[in-house]
Design a protein around this ligand. Structure first.
Ligand code: SAM
Ligand code: SF4
Length: 319
C-alpha cells in the first residue's frame, strides 16, 4: 500500500527479541536491556498472523532482526512458516553471526533468501572492544561456511566507526570480495547509544575506495529491497553498498515499516511513534480491524527521520 506521501510500503523488519549475546557499544547498554516479561513479547503464531495481514496489504519482503534474532528459540521455524504462507517474496535475517554456524543448515532448509551479517572490523581486539566479546573468529568461520549455501545471498554490514574502522575500508572491501559477499557501509545514526559515537560518511569512504580501486560506477539495476545504493569499481570484485541516512537521506523513497518484539508498529526508525498491535491481537480483533489499525499507522508514516528527537534503543527496534 501507499502512505499519504505516495511511498509504496512493501518491506517490513520484524524484531523478534530485544536481547542480544553481544554488547556493541553504539547499540546495546553494557548491562543489557531491562528484561521484558515473556508474555509482553509477541508469540510466533501472533507474528505469523500479523505477517499474513501485512502481506495482504502489500508487504513483499520481510527481514527478521533483533536484538540478536538467533538467540530466540524457534527463529528458524518462524522463517519457515513465513516462507510457507506464500505471498512474501523474500525472507531474510540480519544477525551478528555468533550463532550462525550452528543454524546455517536449518536456515537454508527453511528457505531463507539472504542473510546480513554485521561485521565492523577484521581486527580481533577491536571486535572485542566494539562488541564486548572475543567472537571475531566465530563470525569469520560462519561467513566462510555460507559458501556451502550459494542459494543464500550474503551481505556484510559494517557501521562506520571513526575510531575503529576508518582505516579498514579497503580491508573490509577485499575481505567481502574474497568471501563472495556484498559489503555495505552503514552510516552511524545518532540514535540511542549511537549518539556517543563518531562516524564518517559515504563521501569519505568513496574517496578511499576510488583511490584504491578506480572510479566508482553506479549500479543502476535494483539490488535488494532496501535503501542501499550500490557501486562497482574496476579494481574490485563484486559491489559495495551504502546505507547513508545521514549524508544521503532517503526518506522520500522509504519503503519500510517495523514491528518490534513487543508488538509495536513503528512506521519510521527515526521517530518514537509506535502503534500497539499486541493489545488488539490479544483482545480478539478481527483481521479487518487489525488491517485498519495498520493502514492508519502506515498512512501517518513520518515524512522524514528525526533521530535527535528519538530516545529508542536500536536494539529494541532492530535497525
Ligand atoms: N543483532 C543483529 C545484528 O547486529 O546484525 C541485528 C540487530 S542490529 C540492531 C541491526 C543493525 O543495526 C546492525 O547491522 C547494527 O550494526 C546496526 N546498528 C545498530 N546501532 C546502529 C546505529 N546507531 N547506527 C547505525 N547502525 C546501527
Ligand atoms: Fe546486538 Fe546487533 Fe546491537 Fe550488536 S548491533 S548489540 S549484535 S543487536
Amino acid at each position: 500500500m501507499k502512505d499519504r506521501l505516495g511511498r509504496e510500503i512493501d518491506y517490513m523488519r520484524i524484531s523478534i527479541t530485544d536481547r542480544c549475546n553481544l554488547r556493541c557499544g553504539y547499540c546495546m547498554p553494557e548491562c543489557g536491556v531491562p528484561s521484558v516479561p515473556h508474555d509482553m513479547i509477541l508469540r510466533f503464531d501472533e507474528i505469523v498472523r500479523l505477517v499474513k495481514i501485512f502481506c495482504s496489504m502489500g508487504i513483499k519482503n520481510v527481514k527478521i532482526t533483533g536484538g540478536e534474532p538467533l538467540v530466540r528459540k524457534g527463529a528458524v521455524s518462524l522463517i519457515k512458516d513465513i516462507k510457507a504462507m506464500g505471498g512474501i517474496e523474500k525472507v531474510s535475517m540480519t544477525t551478528n553471526g555468533i550463532l550462525l554456524s550452528e543454524n546455517l543448515k536449518a536456515l537454508a532448509e527453511a528457505g531463507v533468501d539472504s542473510i546480513n551479517i554485521s561485521l565492523d572490523t577484521l581486527d580481533r581486539q577491536k571486535y572485542l572492544n566494539i562488541t564486548g566479546f572475543d567472537g571475531l573468529d566465530t563470525v569469520l568461520k560462519a561467513i566462510d561456511e555460507c559458501r556451502a549455501f550459494p542459494e543464500i545471498k550474503v551481505k556484510i554490514n559494517a557501521v562506520t566507526l571513526a575510531d575503529y574502522n576508518r582505516n579498514e575500508i579497503c580491508a573490509l572491501a577485499d575481505f567481502a570480495a574474497e568471501a563472495g559477499a556484498t559489503l555495505r557501509f552503514i552510516e552511524m545514526m545518532p540514535l540511542g547509544l549511537g549518539t556517543g559515537f563518531g562516524g564518517y560518511n559515504q563521501d569519505e569512504i568513496m574517496t578511499v575506495l576510488e583511490e584504491a580501486y578506480g572510479p566508482a560506477k553506479t549500479i543502476k539495476e535494483k539490488v535488494g529491497s532496501g535503501p542501499a545504493k550500490y557501486y562497482s569499481f574496476e579494481g574490485l570484485e563484486g559491489r559495495i553498498g551504502f546505507i547513508s541516512p545521514m549524508s544521503h537521506k532517503f526518506c522520500g523513497s522509504c519503503n519500510r515499516i517495523r514491528l518490534t518484539s513487543e508488538g509495536l508498529l513503528r512506521p519510521c526508525l527515526g521517530s518514537d511513534v509506535g502503534i500497539d498491535l499486541r493489545k488488539p491481537v490479544r483482545e480478539g480483533a478481527s483481521d479487518e480491524e487489525l488491517a485498519s489499525i495498520i493502514c492508519e499507522g502506515i498512512m501517518n508514516k513520518p515524512a522524514g527521520h528525526c533521530f535527535e528527537a528519538t530516545d529508542s534503543l536500536m536494539s529494541k527496534i532492530g535497525g
